[in-house]
Design a protein around this ligand. Structure first.
Ligand code: SF4
Ligand code: SF4
Length: 695
């Protein structure tokens, strides 16, 4: 490599039309930064219009979680599959672009803007750094070409071929090209003959052979430098106006994401019920009824469409698309928000300003969309930027149910049952103790004055629906065989409140939660064992906000542990090929993936075949979010039937699950598909019961 000794004049050291380059540099920067900051401040103020929510707890944990997710790009790498490598491409883009971003600070900001060129430029550091950038530029260009072909030629359903995406692709490509061209002209104009950085040096070699004059080479070199700088500044201005706002917002969103619990629902204080009529709004009917974190989510959306292609409602032909919900809410915020910030407007009183023509529920998000969500969590699981879709949908439901008394008829029946009977099903409470329940099992039904360390919380479906009662009986036999001591509540057990909460009937949920907690405390209960993942999730994560802090265990966790400790023997061969369906509230909500599989592996000759969509990419049964009791949109495929198609592809004889809702939905779908003879749906505990019995 030839060593360079000449004194270099940076492009900003020159004078243009009598104006020093430095002045032009800083004026352009000030204008661009001013535009960026102005837009950014507007977005910040709009976000601040949202309701209060505390996400400033556990700061060090949040910083760590953010860094662990963003720096290694786990947020996008987690979405990589054999069929979809876009997450890997995004990670490479992120790392490459980070290198370029650092180079802009060093070689343009410090070198050009602060006159440090002689210290930084033409040094071995620059040569090494620019050589790395050459490789990055090549990589980024290849990724951009593939991205453009995918978006505009192949057009997969998750990507929209928008003009905005095209502008960004062109801008990023320009930055890469200008970097290489800039180095090429710089070397050629100074007569440098080197091999590094490879692309720039090759271009310089070519330019040297073209016979271009020194003046032309120098002028072009400066021109390219300024053009490069202008594109960088334009990019900075454009970002907060485009979907690429997510580059900044997703970082912040990673900091404020929920820690531990995946779906955080904010309670509505019961006192709100006492507000004079018309003064209290429940849930979200206007954009400002969401919290600031919900509004931040809207900025963070990259419109990648992953949620769209994983949503069971969307895949079965419903109108709901989580991507569109987020996108439309963002557009609505940007349209209505500035009017609310106008000086004459009271932020808390939307009625005092010109109301936008659109209503949020109806025009922006339709009621059909709102009621199509099963709250399965697939959208949140795949979202690379931590958007919380579900609580927004539940807030919209809360408004429909609590403020507008609007809900599908089937939901009304379920909610009425919960109010009047204490559970969502037909039948009265006393049916919880019918026949089989008490005979021969010697259950300890807790009565006044009793104490119990462990409560087996049966759940409404397990106690009242005939098919599920079989699984409950299996459960009690297994617990007794393993010597687990437990009590049950019998008639005193009501619903945990999950269906009411997911359907938006928040007050009913809160009343049930408080009543149940009181009962648990009355019997001095320390540990609650559940058969239903919905009860498990609700009691484990949502009761603590109401003073109910208990150890909550799903039966799959307990049985896996009993097998490991040798307290439960499973000697019987099963001789069956089966597949395991991950219930959303057990898998995605609580990451209980291994225990059910460990149990199946412990059963002799149980041959487990995994479905393509399993574990965190498992597909919903269609019964969550209250949809067990709510009719799916007419003219669409039932989600449970689509899931049974997945099961049939494996060619197994049995689909096993660990949730009473899933079991119900599958029984129904198997019947509907007419495959009853060849396919059975069973609860995992029934299989354990069978494997445990002495032959
Ligand atoms: S929770 Fe499930 S059904 Fe609801 S929007 Fe997300 S993916 Fe769709
Ligand atoms: S919400 Fe998340 S997954 Fe859905 S389009 Fe936006 S960034 Fe992608």
């Amino acid at each position: 490599m030839e060593c360079l000794k000449e004194v270099i004049v940076s492009p900003v050291s020159a004078t243009y039309w009598g104006i020093p380059g430095y002045v032009i540099f800083w004026v352009l920067f000030a204008v661009a930064f001013g535009l960026f900051a102005q837009r950014f401040y507007l977005l910040y103020r709009l976000m601040r219009l949202g309701k209060q929510e505390n996400r400033f707890d556990r700061i060090s944990e949040r910083i760590k979680a953010m860094l662990v997710e963003v720096v290694p790009q786990w947020c996008t790498l987690k979405t990589v599959t054999r069929k979809d490598l876009a997450g890997l491409a995004h990670a490479l883009l992120f790392w490459s672009f980070s290198l370029f971003f650092i180079s802009y600070i060093i070689f343009i900001g410090l070198a050009g803007g602060f006159g440090l060129s002689p210290l930084i430029e033409r040094t071995p550091f620059e040569t090494v750094y620019f050589s790395i950038l050459d490789i990055a530029a090549l990589l980024v260009t290849l990724i951009l070409i593939v991205a453009a072909i995918r978006r505009y030629v192949i057009r997969p359903p998750r990507l929209e071929p928008t003009a905005e995406a095209g502008i960004i692709l062109v801008m990023v490509f320009s930055l890469m090209a200008l970097h290489v061209i800039g180095v090429g002209f710089d070397h050629a104009s100074r007569g440098v003959h080197t091999s590094w950085p490879p692309l720039g040096a090759a271009l310089a070699g070519f330019l040297n052979q073209t016979g271009l004059s020194q003046t032309t080479l120098e002028a072009t070199s400066r021109g390219v430098w300024w053009l490069h700088y202008l594109v960088i500044l334009s990019f900075m201005v454009y970002i907060p106006h485009s979907k690429h706002l997510h580059i900044l917002a997703s970082l912040v969103n990673a900091f404020f994401k929920p820690l531990g619990q995946k779906v955080v629902l904010e309670p509505i204080p019961l006192e709100a019920l006492e507000a004079p009529e018309g003064e209290a709004t429940f849930g979200a009917s206007k954009i400002l009824d969401f919290t600031w974190k919900d509004l931040l989510d809207l900025y963070a959306c990259a419109e990648c469409g992953r949620c769209h292609i994983h949503c069971p409602a969307q895949l079965t032909g419903k109108t709901l698309s989580p991507r569109e919900v987020i996108h439309h809410l963002k557009e609505h915020l940007l349209e209505t928000g500035p009017k609310l910030l106008a000086p004459q407007a009271e932020p808390s009183s939307e009625s005092q300003v010109d109301m936008p023509a659109k209503t949020m529920i109806g025009d922006v998000v339709t009621e059909e969309e709102i009621w199509a969500c099963t709250t399965c969590g697939a959208c949140q699981e795949v979202c690379p930027v931590n958007i919380e879709h579900i609580r927004k949908i539940i807030d919209l439901r809360r408004n429909l149910v609590l403020s507008q008394s609007k809900m599908p008829e089937s939901a009304q029946v379920m909610l009425r049952n919960m109010q009047q009977r204490g559970h969502p099903w037909a039948g009265v409470q006393s049916m919880r103790l019918r026949g089989d329940w008490t005979s021969g099992l010697e259950l300890k039904i807790l009565a006044e004055g009793d104490n119990a360390h462990t409560l087996f919380w049966v759940g409404c479906t397990g106690a009242l629906v005939e098919r599920n009662v079989n699984a409950t009986l299996s459960m009690t036999r297994v617990l007794k065989a393993a010597g687990v001591e437990f009590g049950v509540l019998g008639e005193s057990e009501t619903c945990c409140g999950d269906p009411a909460r997911r359907a938006g009937y928040e007050f009913q949920f809160q009343m049930m939660a408080e009543q149940n907690i009181e009962i648990f405390k009355g019997f001095n209960i320390k540990e609650i064992l559940t058969a239903c993942p919905h009860c498990y999730n609700t009691i484990k994560h949502e009761y603590p906000k109401y003073g109910g802090d208990f150890k909550v265990v799903h039966y799959t966790e307990l049985i896996a542990d009993l097998i490991r400790q040798g307290k439960l023997k499973l000697p019987n061969e099963l001789n069956s090929r089966l597949t395991y369906h991950d219930p959303c509230y057990l898998g995605r909500y609580n990451s209980v993936y291994h225990e059910p599989r460990r149990i199946l592996q412990a059963i002799p000759n149980a041959k487990l075949e995994e479905m393509e969509r399993s574990r965190d990419t498992g597909f919903c049964c269609g019964g969550g979010g209250g949809l067990m009791w709510i009719e799916e949109q007419p003219g669409t495929t039932k989600i449970s039937q689509m899931r049974i198609e997945d099961v049939l592809k494996t060619g197994v004889e049995t689909v096993v699950t660990a949730c009473p809702y899933c079991l119900q939905m599958f029984e129904d779908a198997i019947e509907h598909k007419g495959v009853k003879e060849s396919l059975k749906a069973r609860d995992l505990v029934e299989i354990v019961d069978e494997a445990m019995k002495s032959s």
